[in-house]
Every structure is written in C-alpha cells, then in structure tokens.
Design a protein around this ligand. Structure first.
Ligand code: PEP
Ligand code: MN
Length: 330
C-alpha cells in the first residue's frame, strides 16, 4: 500500500511509518509511505492524514503503472520513458581494456551520432580464470572519454565494495544480471539519484525483477530503468533467450523505461542485428549493444561483440524501424 501524506502532517510521519512498517520517501510537498501490499486499508483514525492512497495487488508497487504514469529518466540531456519517444543506443565494449580501445569505441559513437558509452571496469565472470576488468583504471579511462567528448558513461557495479567509486564515475549505474539479488548494491543504489540500469537476473521471474526495481525505488531512487537481457531456458544453441513476451508485459504493467540488450541474450554476433531490429519494433526506450574494435581479441564476451562495421550497419538499419513505431534513435 502506498500512502501520500501532505507536508502539513509532517509531525505524524514517524508514527504512521512505524504503524504501517513503511518506507518513507520525502518529496517537495508531501511524504510517500510505502508498506506491504498485504495491507489493504488505513485505520479510520489515520484517514484524515491521507491525501492519496494506492492499494496494490502485489509488492510491485512504485513501479506499477496503475500507481504512477510512465516515468521519465534522464541520461545526460536525453530523456527516456514518460511521454518521450527516444530510443537511446548505449554502446561500447563489454570490458574497458585499454586507452586505445576505448578511444576507438568513442570514435565509433561519434561517427554514429551517439552519446552514451558503455564499458565494464569491474566484471562479474562465469569463470574465475578469466579477465575481471581494469577496475578503477578502467573507470578513469571512461571518465576521460566523458570529459573529452561529453559522453554519458554506463558501467556496471560487480559488488558493494566499489559501488561508491562507480557512483562517482558513472552517469548510469548498471546492475548486472548476476548482481540483481545483491542487496548491498541495491540499497546503496537506492541512496543515490543517479539512473540505475537494472538487468534482469537470468533466472528471475518478471515479478521478482520488478520487485527488485521496487527495492531501489523504496530506498529513495526512482530513476530506475529495466533491462531485459535474456533468460535461461532449455535452449543451448543461443546463450540465453530474449524474453520479448516479458517486454510486452513490462510495457503494459510497469511505469519504468525499458532497455533491451540483444548482445547478451544472443551470445553470438551473427544474431544481434536481427534481434536489435525486433527490439526496436517493440517500441522500447533503448538498446544496449556490445561492440569492439577487434572482437576476436576481446577479453570478455568475444563471440557476441559486433565489429565497428557491423555496428554502424546495425544503426542504419534500426532507424527506419524506429521511425515506423514513431521513435527516434539517439
Ligand atoms: C555486461 O553488460 O557486460 C554484462 C555482464 O551483462 P549481464 O549482467 O547482463 O550478464
Ligand atoms: Mn558483456
């Protein structure tokens, strides 16, 4: 249940929060109390303090489109979600590997009129014997690209030990599929107001995924973007299965911007352009695409990263699809 209380009843907030065991979000003119969806009504003696009440069916509450219309999130000076019709393309290598590599990735973005650079500095890996990223040095290389070209930087947080460094350097904090359940990360990300790109755990249901967004939002940060990146099914020929049915659900029932990641879903570069076109046709707010100056020697996710040529062709080919659904690639 979500209870709105006007600032004029400020002195009652603590008592109400305790009574309903609710999180408190402080807004300019009001307080928003968020408690369990199992609570279906307020006590009669509290009714006078309530300016708006939302009774939810499940604990997917702040992200529920019945509670709040589509939310806008700003990435630099680009707005997505809400009533905006932008489809942002966030692109770059899986991992930041060197100054030269990230400079080449930046040139590719510039050539394609894009402004949002991705790259992992702290990499969660499936095998302990593989590259885990450049760490802080990688963040600094991304930061240099931000200064030089005015890009917004999207980079992932692997665990809570470096979440503060990521918050300092990133414009968008990516919570990876494997980190979706890390409450140290979720709580810390709830305490900043930087946009959070929340990736769906590959074994998470849609309900669990959206409830995770509610964890961040109820901790105070409502700038959450949902990212579908493929779930695990019985299929082994592709790395994961991109859940476009799930995307239809998220669009219908949640108020958060939605970004799709065909690169990690497919796992192989040959399928990424077709999937990207299918994603854009789903009328979504953004795409996350991995591309590398020389994918063959990439230190992580080599098989799925597009060459720069393939990437530029992809961008040209998604533009008419975006236009067909009334959107603009930015
Ligand atoms: C990534 O974006 O490079 C990544 C590790 O993604 P995911 O968390 O979806 O596996
Ligand atoms: Mn990757």
């Amino acid at each position: 249940m979500i209870i709105h209380v006007s600032k004029t009843h400020e002195n009652k907030i603590q008592e109400l929060a305790q009574f309903y065991d609710a999180f408190v979000l402080k807004k300019e003119n009001e307080y928003i109390l968020v408690g369990s969806s199992k609570i279906k009504k307020v006590e009669p003696l509290h009714e006078e303090y309530v300016s708006k009440l939302f009774v939810a069916e499940t604990d997917m509450q702040l992200a529920d489109v019945k509670y709040h219309p589509k939310r806008e999130v700003k990435i630099g000076n680009i707005s997505i979600g809400g009533t905006h019709r932008n489809t942002i393309v966030i692109a770059g290598p899986c991992s930041v590997e060197s100054k030269d590599q990230i400079e080449q990735s930046s040139q590719l973005l510039l050539e394609n009129g894009l402004t949002s650079l991705r790259g992992g500095a702290f990499k969660p890996r499936t095998s302990p014997y593989t590259f885990r990223g450049m760490g802080l040095d990688g963040l600094k290389l991304l930061d240099r690209m931000r200064e030089k070209y005015g890009f917004t930087i999207v980079t992932e947080v692997r665990d809570s030990t470096h979440v503060d460094a990521i918050i300092q350097y990133a414009d968008v904090i990516q919570i990876g599929a494997k980190a979706m359940y890390d409450h140290g990360i979720l709580n810390r990300c709830g305490k900043t107001n930087k946009p959070i790109l929340l990736k769906r755990g590959f074994g998470a249901t849609l309900q669990e995924f959206v409830q995770t967004a509610d964890f961040i939002m109820s901790a105070g940060n409502e700038n959450v973007i949902l990212c579908e990146r493929g779930i695990r099914t019985f299929e082994t020929k592709t790395r994961f299965t991109l859940d476009l049915c799930g995307v239809a659900y998220l669009k219908e029932y949640t108020n958060l911007p939605i970004i799709l990641d065909p690169s990690h879903a497919m796992g192989y570069s040959y399928g990424v352009p077709d999937l990207a076109r299918a994603c854009v046709a789903m009328d979504i707010d953004g795409l996350l695409i991995e591309t590398h100056p020389n994918p063959k020697v990439a230190k992580s996710d080599a098989a799925q990263q597009l060459t720069h040529d393939e990437f530029s062709k992809l961008i040209q080919s998604i533009k008419p699809v975006a236009e067909a659904v009334g959107r603009k690639i930015v």
